[in-house]
Design a protein. Sequence first.
Lengths: 315, 545, 299
Amino acid sequence: MRRYVIRRVVQAAGVLWAAYTVAFLVLDYLPGDPVSAMAGQGLDQTSTDPAQIAQLKHEYGFDKPVLVQYAEYLGRAVRGDFGDSVATGRPVTSTLADALPATLQLTTAALLLAILVGGGLAVLATYTSMRWLRQVLLSLPPLGVSVPTFWVGLMLVELFSFRAHLFPAFGNDGLRGLVLPAIALAIPSGALISQVLAKSLLNTLNEPYVQTARAKGAGRARVHLRHALRNASLPALTVIGVLAGQLMANSVVIETVFSRNGLGRVTATAVGSQDIPVVQGVVVFGSFVFVLVNLVIDLVYPLIDPRIVVAGRPA
Amino acid sequence: MSPTLQSTPSPAPRHRGRLAIAGSFAAVSTLLLSACGSGDGDAGTGSPSSGGTLTFAVGSDAGCVDPQQVGSNDTIYSTRQLVDSLTDQDPATGKIVPWLAESWTVSKDATTFTFKLRPGVTFSDGTPLTAQVVKENFDAVPKLGIRALLAKSYLAGYAGTTVVDDHTAKVTFKQPNAQFLQASSTFSLGIESSASVRRTPEERCTKGVSGSGPFTLSSYVPNQSIALAKRKGYAWGSSLFKKKGEAYLDKLVFKIVSESGVRTGSLQSGQVDAIGSVGLADEAALKGAGVRLQARANPGVVFGLGFNESRPLFKDEKIRQAISLAIDRAQIAGTVYPSGTKPATSVLSHTTPSYTDLGAKLALDKARAGSLLDQAGWKPGPDGIRSKNGAKLSFTITWAPVAATNQPSLELIQQQLKAVGVDVTLKLIQVAQFQVIQQKSDFDALWGNITRADPDILRTSYSTALANIYRLPPSELDKLLDGQVAADDPAERAKLVGQAQQWIVEHAVVAPVVELQTELGVAKKVHDLTFDASSRIQLHDTWIG
Amino acid sequence: MSQMVDEGVAAEAAVGLGVPVEKGRDGAGVVRFFLRRPGLVLSIVMVVLVVLAAFWPNLFTSRDPLTGVPAQRFQAPGGAHWFGTDELGRDVFSRIVHGAALSMKATLIAVAVAIVVGGLLGLAAGFVGRWVDDVLMRAVDVLLSIPALFLSLALVTALGYGTMKVAIAVGIASVATFARVMRAEVLRVRQATYVEASRSCGTRWYGVLGRHVLPNAIGPVLVLATLDFGTSILAVSSLSFLGYGAPPPAPEWGTVIAAGRNYLANAWWLTALPGFVIAATVLATNRIARALDGEWTRR
């Protein structure tokens, strides 16, 4: 077990390092001249001067060979230093740290909503014996993954803020301000959860032990909820990593729609002003969360599902 | 409100007694009063009361909360409240009146300005206002970064400030500087505390400054909000303020909401109390929702296309003239801007002192535009776009989303220019990047305006001795611009300003398009939200009730 | 927007929820197959309409999508303008029809990039095996660990704005999924007896690849491509909604919604109807993908 844990942690660190490398390649290497790109952002007022550009290049280390630059940047990144935002001059790490709580609040609310509604939908759809209800319920998730999230957000604002005056249309203020963005954000995630869970439930319901339980005279609801759901939830756990990434990515759009301060809006603004250090920080942070969530799932999974053999990668 | 007014008096029932009729008349007169109150935005119904929070939604954040360094209206609305200026300007008459300076004298040749400061003024960090602080402020301005384009141009030719005594400061210039007195009334030369001006320009931007204004900065979250709180013990308001002493409102919260649709909807639903930059599109709905619309034409340089004359295409005067002639200004003003907005009739708006009406030269004339382009060698191609030696007649207009009206205006210009065979690409940049682009002249044509209640704004924009963002070659224009600022006789100055406008329009240095009319949407419960001389807002006298 | 949905997971999840399997003779069977699935028929009609609009917009409208009549601005949907008019009096329906060309082009490019790059990677990994497989699959794991939209955003930051660049950024972000599926299929086919047999008969490697492996492995990749089509429409429109697509006045779908958002409070049709078209198109392609995946073969 211990060796398994160590191996998974090392693997996760390796993936993270590689993700940083991808971000470095895309953002620092791909643009022809990052300094000119930066100089265009108000970094320094006299940057039209070639001598100044040369000096800037020196300061940022762009006059060094790529590998040396990479090593220096990586060394700083390991210590949590991603440099300063070109647009605001603030350190990237604190920019992201300041924006994180609001996004965490939003994504947690959305995740809870997605699990409740998406999970409930899957259970109901597989439980009901009414054919039409099942058809209707099962057609909802495909709809949920097909609607553009930003459009759902705009429609919610139009209906519930502008027409019904029920919830604020923008901002980070309080719980009421959280309702609409959380709903919009929860839709694609909830749809994914219900698709995966419904499938898993159907598979489980056909398994022999469930049939046995039924044959022994256990009630339908009891079998469905106690036996099937419990076992069917395990495979559904594997999509949590995917969900984390999905929620983070969709928060870029949702925070823009609702003018909410947070990681997503910071990202959208940074891309809009080609603020390379911030975008880099966001990309690395995104994969950090993804890798972390998957690591936790991989480590927890064998504990809750004894059928999983520790030696292999579960999934 | 109006239907009530019309219906109440007529069906006065006959069988009722006198008392009832008298009562209904009494009701009518109150209604009349309140209708006037909400219609004009002056004289409210009840008596003004202190307290409350005003939530104001603006469209953009310039990324800086130092009034000396910002130029975009959305940010000036909030930062103006942080500082007081030496003088103030009466929006009705244009007259310069006392604020921090009780009195002043200007030397005959307009090179020396002596301000006698009001005693007892303190900054929000507790330090007192002295002549030394004024000196430190002005000394620091030329060292500010590119953001302080306005402040720097107001102090062009600055020789120094002498501290005559604790409350007397003498500002001197190397050349005559007729515009400086008006400049001393602007937010760009608002006075900040000694500690504030010693900070780096970047620090002043992100952390804010201590001023002596009626409000102090309580928090600034970039791209999200700017919150201000009432300054306790404020007792040195401008002579124009109606209320003596502290402001009425406890808090001001400026929310940055980039979509005009969301701003409008939030004002209609009551989430915010006031919004900036209302466009024609939302007027009817806002009026329907009982929102008061307040409009005032901004003085200064109108919205237009400033050509970068270092680009080969725009070195040719004919091209610039053709573009200016191909623009249908009336259509743009009538389709996009708040009702009552005037198409440009000069490079200056009609509310600027010494404005000259050159409307005849700025009329739509597609035929002449076409023939000018023909003369310049640009012949229509098969796709309708003109070309010369295989190159297409195309250029880029760079713009920032500082007003909701920008994009539709530019799309109309794009259509109008296409009609004469000119291809236009629109390039959107972030508001915070705008000044950098200006400074580097990194554009073909730039869409923008500058508000100032003094014609010297022409020198700020087009003098080759200053920033010269349009990369103009030295010309006759420089003499006119330098001449007007040196003129000690107002009539002489007006004449030179008129000639400068004529020169600019004739040589199509810029294609003026439409005047900016600031239109604010203000909820009924907000009273006395007033415009200052530059059509920015003054919130000291504003109250909610 | 659901570009983060792991297509594999979604595809798998979709299977098995379908209508029970039925059997029938060929001609009548096909008819019955479709008759029992009105939703699928509707989806095919929708996709055909969108494709027609992308290539021959004039079939649907004769109005100019770029030039409007300012006097007729903000007209609500009605007989004269099905989708109403915008702030400059342009016909919104015409903008959506003409925008289909831009949005479909971007989506096709994105899917093509994903298929070609991802497919080649997967093919190489699966066919060559050994260390090539290891290296490529580790790289794919890394790409999968970066949320797709973040990867697209990073690419857009580096490449700049524009329809083409957005399309490439979206395509690269889904390369990893394609590489995985392709590899799995190649491995499956490679081990099949007839391929082994063919090899032992001395057929050259490219012969084996071209004649046996590719044709048999491509099926699931194409199903994934159909599914990715919907995902890419959403991703492309999200990026252009955020303002990274074609500059105005180009009527790219996301851009049209972003512009309409400025009038959300009082002209609902500028955002509601274009969004509805996007949702319907994505729904339709997803429905077709599901049909291709299971229902059709099980017939």
